[in-house]
Design a binder for this molecule. Structure first.
Ligand code: DGY
Length: 318
């Protein structure tokens, strides 16, 4: 019997490609640049499985161009780039990569939080620019993290991993997540409505999926409730924050700072955001460690292989 075919839309770690080759005829874009939409539409025509990224739009047009497709395996935990309802209607399994990127993403959220609290990026730029002339009592004063209140929006795996790290800083943890069972969380974490969390937290970190309910969850009204010393961190999905409202709040110093790994119109970043000193900007690298990206690749490969072999995949979302 001939091998099934898979198309991989971008260069991913080699162990995942090798694993796929054991089962599939592998057609892969081995460049770090994305494939054109045209090439993608052509590549899926013969594909039994597709391993795609969060930057690929897997919509009705694409699914209709793929008559043999049995599996869309996303190399990401978030899957807002896929029309899951339509895939389900077509009997196509949609899979993702939960769990393996939890700790790396939590580490990056904390990196942004600390960078914002203590002016790490501004300090680095200052030294590189040759401006450091000696210790100064009033140079780059930030805010302590120890003993403060951390507000977490979205208490899934990553939100919980971020909360766990807060115990080392003796922080009070507040969370907003209408979908979570409080019994599943440590007793000392306190559930809060979103306005209360915005008012009380010194640091707010977003870990919710992007859904119609979470789009613009943080907008002008929520920013207006935050402390002037508040730091807002987003490593989840850009559209959860109304970016225009955030820019206004940062410009007016309504809040102290923001740490962003994701953007509303990614990869476009508003020019004004680039000019603000009270924001730390990263290029969507929450899961970007060698270990994690390799695990993501292997999990995405196992998902596709399981579907093709008629087994239950490790992480199916529909
Ligand atoms: C995801 O997995 O959804 C991240 O955004 C990328 O790792």
């Amino acid at each position: 019997m001939s091998k099934p075919r898979i198309y991989v839309t971008r260069l991913i770690p080699e162990p995942a490609l090798r694993r796929l080759e054991e089962v599939f005829v592998l057609d892969a874009n081995r460049e770090s640049a994305p494939v054109s939409r045209e090439r993608l539409l052509e590549a899926v025509r013969e594909a039994d499985a597709l391993l795609c990224l969060l930057t690929d739009s897997i919509d009705k047009e694409l699914l209709d161009a793929a008559p043999r497709l049995k599996c869309v395996s996303n190399y990401a935990v978030g899957y807002n780039n896929i029309d899951v309802d339509y895939a389900t209607q077509r009997g196509i399994a949609v899979c993702n990569t939960p769990g393996v990127l939890t700790e790396s993403t939590a580490d990056l959220a904390w990196s942004l939080l600390m960078s914002c609290a203590r002016h790490i990026v501004e300090g680095d730029n200052y030294v590189r620019a040759g401006k450091f002339t000696g210790w100064e009592p009033m140079l780059f004063l930030g805010n302590d993290v120890y003993g403060k209140t951390l507000g977490i929006i979205g208490m899934g795996r990553i939100g919980r991993a971020v909360a766990r790290r807060a115990s080392g800083f003796a922080m009070r943890v507040l969370y907003f997540d209408p979908t979570v069972d409080p019994e599943s969380l440590p007793q000392e974490y306190q559930a809060a409505e979103l306005p209360q969390l915005c008012q009380d937290a010194d640091f707010i970190s977003i870990h919710a999926p992007l859904t119609p309910q979470t789009r613009h969850l943080i907008g002008a009204p929520e920013l207006a409730l935050m402390k002037q010393t508040a730091v807002l961190v987003n490593t989840a999905r850009g559209p959860i924050i109304d970016e225009a409202a955030l820019i206004q709040a940062l410009r007016d110093k309504r809040i102290a700072a923001a740490g962003l790994d994701v953007y509303e119109f990614e990869p476009q970043i508003p020019a004004e955001l680039l000019t603000l000193a009270n924001v730390v900007l990263l290029p969507h690298i929450g899961s970007a460690s060698w270990e994690t990206r390799t695990k993501m690749g292997l999990l995405a490969a196992e998902n596709a292989i399981a579907v093709i072999e008629g087994r239950t995949p490790p992480a199916r979302v529909n």
